[in-house]
Design a binder for this molecule. Sequence first.
Ligand code: MSP
Length: 500
Amino acid sequence: MSFYITTPIYYVNAEPHLGHAYTTIGADILARHMRQRGEEVFFLTGTDEHGEPVALAAEREGITPQQLADRNAARFEALMPRLNASIDFFIRTSDPRHERRVQEILTRVRDAGYVYEGTYEGWYCPRCADFKTETEIGPDDSCPIHHIALTREKEANHFFALSSFQEPLERLYDEHPDFVAPRHRFNEARSFIAQGLQDVSLTRPKVKWGVSVPWDREQVFYVWFDALLNYVTALSFAREGESLERFWPANLHLIGKDILKFHAVFWPALLMAAGLEVPRHLFVHGFLLMDGEKMSKSLGNVLDPFEVMERFGTDALRYYCFREVSFGSDGSVSTAGFEARYDSELANEYGNLASRVLAMLRRYRGGVVPVVATDPALDADFAGLPAQVSDLLDRAEITQALELIWQRVRRCNRYVEERAPWRQAKDPGAAAALDETLASLAEGLRALSVLLAAYLPATTAALLDALGRPEIDYRLATFADRGWGGPGVGDLEPLFPRVG
Ligand code: MSP
């Protein structure tokens, strides 16, 4: 089966910060997990390069929008290998191949009768690049997200007949209760639709930096339509052959809650207008907060993911984001919180379990994992775990799945204490019991590492290598796989060394 997963494409008017890394890591965890299950995965990310905010930022710096886009897109692209994000393609919306496809698709939408000329008058936030409806306006005509004054716009442009999709969208939501998750975001989108849809601007006359409208060269497409279409256009040039047929509709768009309306309302309507299938699922995550406010460039309260990874490593960042804040909710992150989880969970629980088990195998059994049955008591605590984890990850419940796995990391540590292998080693009558303890712990560590491979790809690979069982096929996530034997365990550097 194929599994197509996307992140939002990131605005190039800012540099990458932890909020962007967050969505990317989430998508990567799911992409890696699906590959472990043998699915044919396509994982797309990229940059959103057009529109007024980018043009304004370039003007402030005295460079062209393309120069600004090139410079900042390169920073986002460089973030991907640093995050160990296993992307299949990085799309840039200033790519002429994307632009051509946008023109083709939107011309089709016009030919189908969903585009007309009109005059827009209303409130606009240049940072959101969004026209605000009456219910979306903050105090004193401000933007509730950016806390800046909205501008009053009046312009002649082309409209997309969103209102024609009132009933088809209501039907989509009624027939597919899992179209948007979590549930409260589904309800939010559903009630936005229920309020009655108004037609929206498809083009902008005053903006120059964008995809030009083939039937009206004075205008460019409104950046959101250009941007949303990336999910479809990329498939026509990312790979040789016809990937659109192979991968469309997308299985999952991961998005932040700030861009719900575009993805949950505009996007399916646009796809219907273009005669394309709608995506199967959207998962909406919350914001990472610093000092109670959304981390964002414009508010200046950002954690630099490059710095964090420099100090603690990529896996630690990947872990922390999804452990500290439940995926789907807002939550605060801080350097202190990061350090605490690094020490108490990664280093002391998982890292320590790994080094203890390897050391005991070496000390008591010459580094060879005894080929004996594992302890039914520990076996029982792992029973059903891979299926539970994959069920949760099918619903993008990344934090809950990690919690289930981590309970077993703790269980294995308790098992070490309960069985006290150092005592068993001193008792000549306990040799069989010690074999069972060590085999069970090696097996526990191996099964845990297969389950954690999507979260912590580098550390789990090092550990599985040291155990001599590097395979991460998801079928090997079951406990009591009993594939031991062969050469002894190898060396392992501390997985999460102390950081000063
Ligand atoms: N360019 C649009 C998306 C177009 S998709 C067709 C955009 N870009 S963005 O760079 O501003 O944001 C991209 C994603 O990063 C959004 O989903 C947003 O929610 C997420 N984050 C940005 N800051 C964030 C936090 N502080 N916390 C979590 N995610 C946040 O919107």
